[in-house]
Design a protein around this ligand. Structure first.
Ligand code: NAP
Ligand code: ZN
Length: 350
């Protein structure tokens, strides 16, 4: 067993506390990673505070992991000791279903094993559920470990492991590029990376944010236009404008207002995952043959492709580095949309 320090929440309404956890001995295909940085995703908060229901405790969140390989199992071929690597939202999947064979492990029909809060055999993770990246070490099977290219700092790379691929995947799937008008709703952790990625792909990018307070940043990240959704005029002016809208907001929005912003055959993709249902007027879909879709992170091969794309285009997340004992306060600030633009835990402070 490998001992690691971690920050765990003992119960949904508790505070993070420092604990000691165990990681399994390396199997032939396992990689032991010394974690250097872990991003704080809003999904960590939904899970830690049990907003989706059924969370398991103690909860060690963290699925935006960047670190360095410390040891490898006897049969590992993809990574070597000293390599800069990342782990995202998944640590395993069945490997034989159609989505897995199509490199879409996030849609594994047996259910992918998520980096934290997934039930597993105690031989896989002592305690019986996975524990994530708010810790000093993790053991992951080599196929779920990606290489972080030289040229991206590990700190600004960490958020790409979830926020990056969650935006990259639908941008690619729905063909963002030159001649496409793309809108990003919400410029938080996911949204700000989405603006950078869509702009680098050559799309015309508009940010729809609740106020104009982050407008200058949005333009720096590559947006050509920035609108406040608190202003009713925004919805009149932009009616029928976009080919693709990516909704990254962690709270429920009036979906009809946003559907009306789509052009013929346009698609609104739901990425933000508030716990409550959404409602739409059928007429707003039928008109202009619009689609309402969803998308979940991205596969491992696409995560690697995204990291390579980011290295090529000089893209990293904008981060605020915090110490491990600042997680509770950081959560409150994320919920208040007071983050520029991703909190990243400096794991050396554990
Ligand atoms: P975040 O950093 O908190 O960003 C969310 C942004 O949404 C905020 O910065 C804010 O942007 C906007 N917003 C928040 N509350 C709002 C409200 N009440 N009304 C209008 N706008 C509001 O969160 P994140 O880490 O980017 O995650 C966003 C959501 O995506 C979460 O629900 C998370 O669970 C989900 N997620 C989904 C996937 C997936 O695979 N589908 C992956 C990761 C995360 P402005 O200030 O610009 O308005
Ligand atoms: Zn996430």
């Amino acid at each position: 067993m490998h001992t690691a320090a971690a920050y765990a929440l003992p119960a949904p309404d508790g505070s993070f506390e420092k604990v000691t956890i165990q990681r399994r001995e390396l199997g032939p295909h396992d990689v032991l990673i010394d974690i250097k940085f872990a991003g704080i995703c809003h999904s960590d908060i939904h899970t830690a505070r049990d907003e989706w229901g059924g969370s398991r405790y103690p909860c060690v969140p963290g699925h935006e992991i960047a670190g360095v390989v410390a040891a490898v199992g006897s049969a590992v071929t993809r990574h070597r000791v000293g390599d800069r690597v990342g782990v995202g939202c998944m640590v395993d999947s069945c490997g034989v279903c159609a989505p897995c064979l199509a490199d879409e492990e996030q849609y594994c029909t047996a259910g992918a094993t998520m980096t934290y809060d997934s039930v597993v055999d105690p031989a896989v993770q002592p305690g019986g559920h996975t524990l994530g990246g708010y810790s000093t070490r993790i053991v992951v099977t080599e196929n779920f470990v990606v290489a972080i290219p030289e040229g991206i700092g590990l700190d600004v790379a960490a958020p790409l492991l979830c926020a990056g691929v969650t935006l990259y995947s639908p941008l690619r799937h729905w063909g963002a590029g030159p001649g496409k008008k793309v809108a990003i709703i919400g410029m938080g952790g996911l949204g700000h990376v989405g603006v950078k990625l869509a702009a680098a792909m050559g799309a015309e990018v508009t940010v729809l944010s609740h106020s104009l307070s982050k407008q200058d940043d949005g333009k720096l990240f590559g947006a050509s236009a920035y609108y406040a959704t608190s202003d009713k005029q925004t919805f009149r002016e932009l009616r029928g404008r976009f080919d693709l809208i990516l909704n990254t907001v962690s709270a429920n929005l009036p979906m009809d207002d946003y559907l009306r912003l789509l052009n013929l055959d346009g698609t609104l993709v739901i990425l933000g995952l508030p716990e409550n249902p959404i409602s739409v007027k059928p007429f707003n879909l039928a008109k202009y043959r619009r689609s309402l879709a969803g998308s979940m992170i991205g596969g491992i091969a696409q995560t690697q492709e995204m990291l390579n794309f980011c290295a090529e285009h000089g893209i990293g997340a904008e981060i605020e580095l915090i110490a491990a004992d600042e997680i509770d306060g950081a959560y409150d600030r994320v919920v208040a949309s007071d983050v520029r633009y991703r909190f990243v835990i400096d794991v050396s402070t554990m």
